[in-house]
Structures are given as C-alpha cells and as structure tokens.
Design a protein around this ligand. Structure first.
Ligand code: ADP
Ligand code: ADP
Length: 226
C-alpha cells in the first residue's frame, strides 16, 4: 500500500488543451477516494497520469516515497481496472486472473494458492475452468477485478468499472467492491460519474470541474450540509 500525493498537477495535451489545471490532492495510505465530475472534466486524464499512461505536463506525482513523474507504468506497481475490462478470450478464468503472476514468473504452487484465494473472495471458484465467453457480465467484471488484485499492488485505480453493467449488477458489484476494499485495505482511486457510487463507496469524494479540483470531502460533507 502507498499514499498518493499530487502537487500542482497540470496536463496540457499536444493541441494545447489544458485538461487538468493545478490539481493538488493527498490520498492517505489505505484510503478510498472517488473522483467525480461531468464528462470531459479530466477524471480519466488524472487517473492515467497516476498510472503513468499519460505524461504529466507539470507538477509532482509522489506514490509512497517515490516521485514517479518519469517512471514507466510497469515501474509503479499499481493495478488499474478499465471500463471495458478486456479479458483474454482464449484463456480460462484461472489463467486470466493468474496472468500478472505468470508475467512475473511466480512459481506454479504460489500462483495456484493466490488465484484460489482471490477466486474465493470474488465468488468465482465454480467458474475457474470456463472461458470469458461463457460468463455473465458481472462475472467477467469480477474476473477483471481478480486480475487487478491478485498481485500486491501499492494502489488500485478504477476507471468507471461498472458503467457497462445493468442497474441490478451495478448494485451487486458496488457492494462487492466496498467489501473487497475493506478487506484488503488497499489505497484506491475510483473514477465515476454515478452519484450513488460516489456516495456509497469511498472514504472521500473529490469533485473535478473543467480540470480543476472543486471540492474534496466525505459524502456527508459534500451532499448533506448546506
Ligand atoms: P473525463 O474522464 O472526465 O470524461 P477526460 O480526462 O477523458 O475527461 O478528458 C478531459 C478533457 O481533455 C476533455 O475535454 C477531452 O476532450 C480532452 N482530451 C482527452 N484526451 C485528449 C487528447 N489526447 N488530446 C486532446 N484533448 C484530450
Ligand atoms: P471517457 O469520456 O470515457 O474518458 P473519451 O471517449 O472522452 O473517454 O475518450 C476516449 C479516448 O479518446 C481517450 O483515449 C482520450 O484520450 C481520447 N480523446 C478524448 N478527447 C480527445 C480530443 N479532444 N482529442 C484527442 N483525443 C481525445
């Protein structure tokens, strides 16, 4: 786990558009922060700068003890779950979840132990031998989550992970994500434009508007006080 500290973060795209304007935000070790705001306000851009998929124009990004501005994504030890959660169609659920461990050449017995544990938490034990095509949308999303949490990342980053699911599944998955984060206690940044997710999931909510951080606080502070 690691704290994430953003100092005066700016993102100016090549065409000159300033998508993120002077954002400073401190996320504590183990904290769950929700990033909300209307479409185009810069949520994905900010998340991609944390992971390293987007260059930082100016400012400082510190994860744990390290300044990561110039670090490649693979050197940041973070796990990201995307909206479209692409799974490997030719691999079983077991091998999809195991994938990050295979890349790191983890020993077979250790892979088996880890994947079994993660599958139990995500209630995927019965589905380990199936291919993604034979799973429901919610199961596929859980596999994507399993792949993200199977290795000990310093933080989890979620980019609208539930937006492609129907309302019922979204509700179920919301409960599961909350349970999972409490259990693992891993620092999490979660992007959504869904008010219910924002109000129920995180420790704190950060509201972005036109690339600027407008408000940061608990759901109670943001939505229930005048
Ligand atoms: P959000 O995730 O909040 O919907 P984004 O971070 O995707 O917002 O985008 C923020 C703004 O930056 C938008 O106006 C978007 O059009 C713009 N933008 C995103 N990517 C690029 C890019 N590669 N080049 C130029 N502008 C971009
Ligand atoms: P979202 O709203 O889900 O964040 P978008 O559909 O806005 O995603 O963007 C999808 C992709 O298009 C992203 O990779 C983003 O960087 C790119 N993009 C968005 N806006 C622009 C833009 N104005 N110019 C160039 N690329 C853009």
């Amino acid at each position: 786990m690691a704290a994430i500290s953003m100092r005066n973060i700016v993102k100016r795209y090549d065409d000159g558009y300033q998508a993120v304007r002077d954002v400073s935000l401190d996320i504590a070790d183990g904290e769950f922060v929700i990033l909300v705001g209307p479409s185009g306000c810069g949520k994905s851009t900010l998340l991609r700068m944390i992971v390293g998929l987007e260059d930082i124009t100016s400012g400082e990004m510190v994860i744990g003890e390290q300044r990561v501005n110039d670090k490649a994504p693979r050197d940041r030890n973070l796990s990201m779950v995307f909206q479209n959660y692409a799974l490997y169609p030719h691999l079983t659920v077991f091998e999809n979840i195991a994938f990050p461990l295979r890349l790191k050449k983890v020993r077979d017995d250790e892979v088996k132990a880890k994947v079994t544990e993660v599958a139990a938490v995500l209630e995927l034990t019965e589905n380990l031998d199936r291919k993604p095509a034979n799973l429901s949308g919610g199961q596929r999303q859980r596999v994507a989550m399993g792949r993200a949490i199977v290795r000990d990342a310093d933080a989890f980053l979620f980019d609208e992970p539930l937006s492609n699911l129907d309302a019922k599944l979204r509700g179920q998955m919301r409960t599961e994500i909350a349970r999972l984060q409490r259990r693992l206690g891993t620092t999490t940044v979660y992007v959504t434009h869904d008010q219910t997710e924002a109000m129920t999931l995180g420790d704190r909510i950060a509201v972005l508007r036109k690339g600027e951080l407008q408000q940061v606080g608990t759901a109670h502070q943001l939505y229930e006080e005048p």
